[in-house]
Design a protein around this ligand. Structure first.
Ligand SMILES: *Cc1c(COP(=O)(O)O)cnc(C)c1O
Length: 395
């Protein structure tokens, strides 16, 4: 099918929740190709999903082998891949236990339920989240998301949420009541515009939560699994969470989410409290195990840190040349170029040149390349960005 046929058929049969502009048909590493055969550097990576790149041979093989052996059994039975993956994650997290699900929103729902169950006999149920955050699209997680645009039209929203200002500890303090069970935060806001938390904010949250007997939970759905140059983004801050969520990068495109609970919370959920049919299938866990092994074997945490720094420095140099670019910011391979105005024209121009990025929070050009990205690919991308900025400047 050509791109026009695909678009026409989509228009007829798909509920129009998305507005895609490009039909992609093939991927390998950082590269993808569209239905017309044009090649692109994929600096979006399925929104931080393809952490080891498109169709990494280790992940392809793990999925193919597991698919031909045992795909699914139900959680009524053991499947050895599930505890193997849980062990690998718990070791990286500094202890704890896992529950597997299928998406980021579902992992965050799990965190919210866990906090409520933990607090149920103390009368604590409220979860404080940050303004400008993003936690998902289910009813509970869109309520947790501190952005009106995702909540509008879906009232009545579930009860039990309160909002505070990101990077403002006093605002969190002011939101705490006797009923507060947990604080849920992204250490690096992604959808909100690639905004890393201040170290004092995160250490302050940890101390505040300890003092008030409140859980500190991190949403690592976008920033986790090596994206920022550490396994989990909270590891930049020298704190231990009480629980955190994972999804996007965990299966490199095979859907899997996880809730990781520190020892303190590891046995709150008991049989009957929480479940999902597809969570932790042998197939999903095999894909995720291959992802974690590949990140280790190919030293991708180190590469993400080095390539992230390279990209950030080069973007900062570009930003200095134009008064309509405010600057660049990021953490590892979560990088944003912050403009004064909409980033959409720049995103479009870059796509024409062969670079996929995403305009986020209106005026931030978000880049999330695979952790396997090379120096040459960063240099090519930056050359296109420099060209596109020069072209936009003269318009
Ligand atoms: C994408 C995202 C989610 C939602 O994940 P889904 O898999 O789309 O449900 C939640 N939190 C953060 C930080 C995200 O980036």
């Amino acid at each position: 099918m050509n791109a026009a046929d695909i678009a026409e058929m989509q228009k007829t049969y798909l509920i129009p929740t998305y507005a895609p502009q490009l039909a992609l048909v093939k991927g390998s590493g950082t590269k993808v190709w569209d239905a017309e055969g044009n090649e692109y550097l994929d600096f979006l990576a399925g929104i931080a999903v393809l952490n080891v790149g498109h169709c990494h041979p280790n992940v392809v093989k793990a999925i193919q082998d597991q698919a031909a052996t045992l795909m699914h059994v139900s959680n009524l039975y053991y499947n050895e891949k599930q505890p193997q993956l849980a062990k690998a994650l718990a070791e990286k997290a500094g202890g704890g236990k896992c529950f597997f699900c299928n998406s980021g929103a579902e992992a965050n729902e799990g965190l919210i339920k866990l906090a409520r169950l933990w607090g149920s006999d103390k009368g604590k149920f409220k979860v404080i989240t940050m303004k400008n955050s993003f936690h998902g699209r289910t009813l509970a997680t869109l309520t947790a998301t501190g952005q009106e645009k995702v909540q509008k039209g879906f009232a009545p929203l579930p009860e039990g949420f309160a909002y505070a200002e990101f990077n403002n500890l006093d605002s969190v303090k002011a939101a705490i009541t006797e009923q507060t069970a947990a604080v849920l935060v992204e250490a690096v806001q992604g959808e909100g515009g690639i905004i890393p938390a201040d170290p004092e904010f995160i250490s302050g949250l940890r101390a505040l939560c300890d003092e008030k007997d409140i859980l500190l939970m991190f949403d690592e759905v976008q920033a986790g699994v090596g994206r920022t140059g550490k396994w989990f983004s909270f590891q930049h801050y020298d704190v231990q969470p009480d629980a955190f969520s994972l999804a996007k990068g965990l299966g490199n495109g095979f859907p899997i989410g996880a809730l990781v609970a520190a020892p303190k919370l590891a046995n709150i959920f008991q049989p009957g409290h929480h479940a999902t049919t597809f969570g932790g299938t042998p197939l999903a866990c095999a894909a995720a195990l291959a992802v974690l092994e590949t990140i280790e074997q190919e030293k991708l945490l180190e590469n993400a840190a080095a390539m992230g720094e390279l990209l950030l420095n080069k973007l900062q140099a570009i930003a200095e040349q134009y008064d309509w670019i405010e600057g660049a910011r990021g953490c590892g391979l979560m990088v944003g170029l912050v403009l004064n105005d909409s980033a959409l024209p720049l995103q479009k121009k870059l796509q024409e040149k062969g670079l996929l990025t995403l305009a986020t929070a209106v005026r931030v050009l978000r880049m999330l390349p695979p952790l396997t990205v090379t120096t040459e690919e960063i240099e090519q991308a930056v050359a296109w960005i420099a060209e596109a900025c020069a072209e936009l400047d003269t318009q």
